[in-house]
Design a binder for this molecule. Structure first.
Ligand code: ZN
Length: 149
């Protein structure tokens, strides 16, 4: 109970602090992913303008993750990218990782349930990273699920 209470207070404070700072968009060379995210949202019936987000290279948790979304006090939601892993990813597949993190950081989506054994995740927000070829092949359906809520 105490732990939940502490979490609640922490989230409440973090939320208030974020609300108090002005919009901040620091997206470095990742701007085209943000534009593509907004475009995909529009194509799936959602008018979305990303105004409060930072994306940069840094430590991810766990360190084997390609990217992570953090909510911290005083600053905009932050996506950090593991530079070494990022450089090993096919360019066409990079969007999948950043869109998942923007699902957390921009849309405030949580992870969806794990797929049954042998089945593809039904959401980009799955705990399991999608196989990139499945993402590319079914991108429209995944975008509909992501934005059409
Ligand atoms: Zn995630």
């Amino acid at each position: 109970m105490m732990v939940w209470c502490r979490f609640f207070v922490l989230f409440f404070l973090a939320g208030s602090m974020v609300a108090c700072v002005g919009p901040s968009l620091k997206i470095n060379e990742f701007g085209h992913f943000v534009k593509d995210f907004e475009q995909a949202a529009k194509e799936h019936g959602r008018d979305l303008r990303v105004r409060h987000l930072e994306i940069g290279y840094g430590l991810t948790i766990p360190e084997t993750a390609v990217a992570s979304c953090y909510f911290l006090p005083f600053v905009a939601p932050h996506i950090t990218i593991n530079r070494d892993l990022w450089q090993q990813i096919e360019p066409a597949c990079k969007e999948m990782y950043l869109f998942h993190e923007m699902g957390h950081c921009v849309l405030h989506r949580r992870h969806s349930k794990k797929p049954k054994s042998g089945e593809l995740p039904d959401s980009l927000m799955s705990w399991n990273t999608l196989p990139c070829d499945a993402y590319l092949k079914n991108r429209s359906a995944y975008m509909q699920e992501l934005f059409g809520q």
